[in-house]
Ligand binder design. Sequence first.
Ligand code: ZN
Length: 552
Amino acid sequence: MVWRALAAMLMATAPVLASPPPRPKLVVAIAVDQFSAGLFDQYRGRFTGGLKTLQAGVVFPSGYQGHAATETCPGHSTLLTGRHPSANGIVANQWYDRTLGRQVYCVEDPAHPVPGRDGAPRGPGKMLASTLGEWMKEANPASRVFAVAGKDRAAITMAGHDPDGVFWWDDERGFNTYLTAGSTAVERLAPVAAFNAALIAKWTTAPPVWRPAGRGCPASGADTFGTLNIAHSIPPAGNTGAWNKPVNLRYLRGSPMLDAVTLDLAQSLIDRFRLGRGAAPDLLAVSLSATDYVGHRYGSEGPEACDNLAHLDRALGVFLGRLAALKVPVVVVLTADHGVVDAAERVAARGVPAQRLAGDIVRQVASAVQTELKLAYLPLQGDAQQITITAPGDRDPATDARVEAAAIRLLKVRPEVFQVFTAAEITAAVPRPGVPVDEQTLAERFHQSFMAGRSGDIVVAYRPYVTGSYPPTFAPPAAYGDTVASHGSPWNYDRRVPMIFWWPGASGFEQPLPVETVDIAPTLAKLFRVATPPLDGRCLDLDGTAAGDSCR
Ligand code: ZN
């Protein structure tokens, strides 16, 4: 009797055997912008919708964006290329182009005009690696590849070259796209035209309002830190009414409604094109941008971020339910493009010393170097992390060397600066084989972000928890600033993101050891049984048994 009870007890506590992933007819790759592993850890026990469902699959809570420039464009570029930015060319959101003499945007692409956006062409022209969608089409031209996102750079870098459709939210036009040679706006926008029209009609009569999701997030509050006042409320001030006016649509970005409409469009594309039910396997990439906008604008630890995640959880639950109802083999992967750290002021108020950059550090150092070396021009350009040495006309190597030495000396004495590297030092810091991604040196992390000709001549690592500067008059949301909280550093809180693989009926496992986002593309390619070019990532075995092997 006792033995039988004990046996029953053991049966009850025995781990459920893992179910292997199916050979998919449809893969849905979801990026939640700025969904750090820290946020996943913090909230994962509170999810009741899609983010709970997904946890029945294979959970890697320590996925890593291996590179250092933890921004949106590089982060999305690793997901379906299987390559680090050092190989796929997307080294940052923007970089200084010496030939053009200005900063260029990562998806700026003169070959692809955007309807209604003269002078702002967008496309994959700067992406130097191919994507999963391209490998699928090469293996089977009947495969369809679509991407939909809140941001152009997210949709374009996940879709790769020559997708069947790539759509992103445009504040003034609804979902927009870019044109390919010989195509018209009417043709390229056909899959979203009715969707956009219905949305605008709906909002004209009933403007969407951000209502609390009712999941125990604090309803309001104000955190005041010196000149920074984050007045919390849901809906945030200014985020009500007049949604039919373009000027007010900007508030949509910093609200859960952005992800809701993005998922609705994803569903609409699945229905319209019968994705997963065609002659060949299909790929749908979805990037949900609201978490990023909300985190930047109100802080990643504010009530708005908490409530936004509750809305996301609910919306994903509906979306996954519809995917399961398709009754076709579908595999979902959910991850993020980078992490985040909350506003330095609130971080510091909550037990961890942190600081904010005092103004535009590159301009300050550039001015000081100009004065010291008596130059007629500002000799440095770039963002705070990647600085390019510039000169009008022909460059003089001796002057460049003096500029570099002076800039490095001035940067090193700044209290916010942790370490400064030259391009030569970063180029030499090839990651040591076999060293886990979370144990890499800072120089190794920057190496995986670095491409000569695009990356800066001087690379700066700031101290942990340093956040970017904000305008002196900053008062969100009136200033519409995106700099209360930030990311972009080489530190692991910005690199670590959840990576979850799920399919209907999945009973997976959790692997807490570090893996990489560049592993996603080779893992999915194996499930689809399509060949890949040489990649930086490796296939992750998802079936959880010694017998089976989803990587074979
Ligand atoms: Zn991002």
